[in-house]
Each structure stands twice: as C-alpha cells, then as structure tokens.
Design a protein. Structure first.
Length: 122
C-alpha cells in the first residue's frame, strides 16, 4: 500500500500543472456536472488522504461520466487504482498510466473550473 501514495502524488502534481498550462483544450465542451462533481470530490478527498478504496469509488464515478475525449484515460486511471489495490506494483510510475491521469486531471481542471468550485459539503 505504500506505492499508492506515489500514484496519488502524481495525480495531484498533474492537477497543479494542468491548472497552470494552456494548450487549447478550452475549446472542448464542458464536461457533465456529475463528472465535475466527482473530479472536485477526488481533488478534495485526496488532499485529506482518502483511502485507496474511497479513491476508487470516486474515480469510478469520474470514469462513468467522463467526456468522450478522455473516457479511455479515465478507465485507465480507474483500472490502475484497482490493480494497485490488488497488489500490482507495475502501475506505479508507469508512463502510460501517468499520461492517462494527467489527461483526466487536465480535462477536469480546465473543463470544470476545478479550482473555482465551492468545496462546501465535500
């Protein structure tokens, strides 16, 4: 379970980097409200050291409501968390998984205004 925080740390770093960079993704349609709510919840709960099982539940909701342009990346993110929970260490520091996590976080940060949301009730 010690490697799980590394995967989470990579996700948090990606969110911060995505919030600071711009590459034209703003032209994509706004993601659905359930996707944005789940992305915001994930961001808040990970900072409060959510358990891996809780992270999986939240990322499952993200994947269920992901926009088409990142649906595969969201599924990859969810699969990696589930595999890590089951003891698979190959998902840690895996470039393919890191790219998928970055894509999901970037889409949430830009499409949902992740850092502009009110965290009340989360």
């Amino acid at each position: 379970m010690r490697a799980a925080p590394l995967l989470v740390a990579a996700a948090l770093l990606a969110v911060g980097a995505a919030a600071c960079s711009r590459d034209g993704s703003n032209s994509l349609p706004r993601p659905s409200k359930p996707f944005c709510e789940a992305a915001h919840r994930y961001d808040v709960r990970v900072e409060k050291r959510a358990s891996l099982d809780e992270q999986i539940r939240i990322v499952r909701r993200i994947a269920d409501h992901a926009p088409k342009d990142i649906a595969q990346d969201a599924d990859t993110f969810l699969d990696a968390l589930e595999r890590r929970r089951d003891g698979d260490k190959s998902v840690v520091d895996n470039p393919k998984i890191e790219k998928a996590v970055n894509n999901v976080n970037r889409r949430a940060a830009r499409g949902c205004g992740l850092y502009k949301q009110d965290s009340a009730g989360i």
